[in-house]
Design a protein around this ligand. Structure first.
Ligand code: FAD
Length: 387
């Protein structure tokens, strides 16, 4: 199995940026080759949720984390498009970025916009150094789609808050330094979204326990997290008390719109394209072409959202549409691969077999994580004024 290459069609669609995209892609591909040789990257077996601190440290050394963050916090002040290109290449290679991915994708921008000076000074440099893992503390045992019904609550104490409650499905929480938790800081008011706030909960305290949950692949990336009076200093409240709903939605804009929502199974599409080219199978060519065209169109939407988010502009319902169409494509790729590739899926097989097995076992979760298909469709309908 060769290193998957993003299709030339991406290069054919001008991105209207001034950077030398080809040179940057070549640089990241060379980095990927080095990491494969040194064993920190195992093609076909990993996804962007796979936790690997050593690989994150290497990414930080190369300047591939906190790429758009201000230099005063250890960032590199590069363009949003440069970050996008680097993310694409690492995702296409199946690089294990779980140790820094969430922190880099959504927590850093969240803290940068809404955190206190202390939160920025303490947390952002660690994210940039690749030494900080952050978990998303939204879902609870009885509140997934309807986040406004969460029960995790706080008590105000001298200098901060005590947090009580339980979160679930928290990706990589067992390794996390912080979980950004949506909590009820005051009783529900007249509106269902009143009284909610986001707090950055430090995980290294006895009042926090995590219990890993095993997924279909046999991996333990998901967790239950229990807060039993966990302390959060005042400075680790994001925004103002009661801003939680607005902040969660801002954060979900970053979570739902990136290349990670289209490239989870890219390695298989690339393998099918190679096969179609070698065998001149007309059905395979047509199917790969169809999916590639969709991928290219959704990527344009993703890039557009990325630019608007970076400029602090409103993205309306675009991230919702992007996530729904992107994950549908990601799920269709392994289905086609099952029909086209003469491969027995095996997680401990060769890289192509491992990629197929990983994709088949992960695909059902793509349309759950980050918001389910039904919920996204409902949001799109609302955006269109249909409900
Ligand atoms: C791999 C993975 C990683 C995850 N990581 C995280 C994480 O790091 N942090 C975090 O907070 N959460 C995480 N989640 C949780 C995820 O956000 C929730 O699973 C998702 O929001 C759905 O919530 P639920 O599981 O409670 O299902 P429910 O909300 O109970 O929904 C069950 C079913 O009912 C449907 N449904 C619910 N309400 C409606 C409605 N109003 N109209 C129509 N249909 C409806 C849903 O679409 C779904 O099919 C992760 C999930 C997965 C699978």
């Amino acid at each position: 199995m060769t290193i998957p290459r993003l299709f030339p069609i991406f290069d054919a669609v001008p991105a209207h940026e001034t950077i030398d995209e080809t040179a940057l892609r070549a640089e990241v591909r060379a980095f990927v080759q080095t990491e494969i040789k040194s064993g920190t990257l195992v093609p076909g077996r990993q996804t962007w949720t796979t936790w690997n601190r050593a690989f994150s440290l290497r990414c930080a050394e190369e300047g591939y984390i906190a790429m758009t963050m201000p230099k005063q916090y250890g960032g590199h002040e590069r363009s949003a498009f440069e970050r996008y290109v680097v993310c694409e290449e690492l995702l296409a290679a199946g690089a294990p970025q779980g140790s820094h991915w969430i922190a880099d994708r959504q927590s850093a921008p969240q803290i940068l916009r809404n955190g206190s000076q202390r939160a920025k000074d303490e947390i952002l440099p660690k994210i940039a150094a690749g030494t900080c893992t952050i978990g998303i503390g939204m879902s609870e045992p009885d509140s997934g789609s309807d986040l406004s019904s969460i029960r995790t609550r706080t008590e105000k104490v001298e200098g901060g808050y005590r947090v009580y409650g339980q979160k679930v499905w928290t990706t990589n929480a067992q390794h996390a330094d912080y979980v950004i938790a949506l909590c009820r800081t005051s009783p529900r008011g007249e509106g269902r979204y009143d009284g909610l706030s986001q707090l950055v909960v430090p995980m290294d305290q006895p009042e926090v326990t995590t219990r890993p949950l095993c997924d279909l692949r046999g991996e333990e990336e998901l967790n239950e997290v229990t807060f039993d009076g966990a302390f959060v200093p005042d400075d680790f409240l994001l925004g103002a008390e009661g801003d939680g709903w607005r902040l969660v939605n801002e954060e979900l804009g970053f979570e739902r719109s990136g290349p990670d929502r289209i490239l989870s199974t890219f390695v298989l599409l690339s393998t099918m394209a190679d096969m179609a080219g070698q065998t001149a199978d007309r059905f395979a060519m047509a199917e790969v072409g169809r999916l590639t065209a969709r991928l290219s169109a959704i990527r344009q939407l993703s890039l557009r959202i990325n630019r608007r988010l970076s400029a602090g502009q409103d993205i309306g319902g675009m991230a919702t549409i992007m996530k729904d169409t992107g994950t549908a494509l990601e799920q269709e790729i392994p289905e086609l691969a099952r029909r086209l590739l003469d491969l027995v899926p095996a997680r401990d097989g060769n890289p192509a077999q491992a990629a197929l097995a990983t994709a088949i076992l992960s695909a059902p979760s793509f349309s759950l994580r980050g918001g389910t298909r039904e919920i996204l469709k409902g949001m799109i309908a609302r955006e269109m004024g249909l409900r």
